[in-house]
Design a protein around this ligand. Sequence first.
Ligand SMILES: *[C@@H]1O[C@H](CO)[C@@H](O)[C@H](O)[C@H]1NC(C)=O
Ligand SMILES: *[C@@H]1O[C@H](CO)[C@@H](O)[C@H](O)[C@H]1NC(C)=O
Ligand SMILES: *[C@@H]1O[C@H](CO)[C@@H](O)[C@H](O)[C@H]1NC(C)=O
Length: 239
Amino acid sequence: MKVTAVVVLGLLGTLTLFFKAQASTSLDVLWQAAANWTGTLPCGGWDCQCLFRNPKGCCCVAVPVFQLEEATFMRMMGLWKDLNSLNNKIQEITGGRNVAFMATMTPITGCFGPFNKNVSISYCNVSLNQAYGYNPALGTFTAPRAGLYSFSYTVYSNVGAEGERLYHRVQLMKDGQVIASSWEDNREDAEDSASQTVLLPLKQGNQVYLELVLGRFLCADTQGYNSFSGYLVYPLSDI
Ligand SMILES: *[C@@H]1O[C@H](CO)[C@@H](O)[C@H](O)[C@H]1NC(C)=O
Ligand SMILES: *[C@@H]1O[C@H](CO)[C@@H](O)[C@H](O)[C@H]1NC(C)=O
Ligand SMILES: *[C@@H]1O[C@H](CO)[C@@H](O)[C@H](O)[C@H]1NC(C)=O
């Protein structure tokens, strides 16, 4: 635009000098002269035809304004597309990020077990279940999305008196595979507890749960000390 203005001013200056002899510098005369000019008008981006020869009823900056409008529009479209894809990425990352659960065994006065097979433990007292990944009826957590997950559990048992056999083994399972376990087999201490935390990369739909191993038992958890919790540390798009 600046260059165009300079060119037009230059042209007007030249025309002024040219018609100095007529002792008139009124714009009308300049326009007349330009209109009478038979050579090429050096107008740059301006529409000279419009400006000097046919000024009535035509926008002389129509072409540059149109070009500016076009360029601005294209730029806006580009920004709009970028903004949209950024928005989608944010949605993808934050959407379903809040996955967490916490559950305890409901208090038992007697013992849970022994059973003649490995039995999954249903921690029925659910205090948190964001994204509903945990099913208290089965005691199973199903990963709602792929990600790195953290799981913790605490095993507690009290068989009453010294001399009684404290005998349990609880294992954290991922789709039938043992990931971690905690156990006890002694007659010295009647009451014991142990905790473990693991980090597990999971695919969507992977299942994590705790099993009591066959022949073993958990007793007198009157406070809900046996617990199972987990949460999504961060999502993974593909594992
Ligand atoms: C332009 O041409 C017209 C005739 O076509 C003439 O009357 C007029 O004086 C001319 N103007 C200048 C500034 O040369
Ligand atoms: C469930 O757990 C909460 C603590 O999170 C406890 O206050 C409540 O008594 C428990 N309820 C049952 C039925 O075990
Ligand atoms: C039960 O768990 C024990 C200990 O991990 C294992 O040796 C055994 O194979 C399991 N039984 C079945 C049927 O999976």
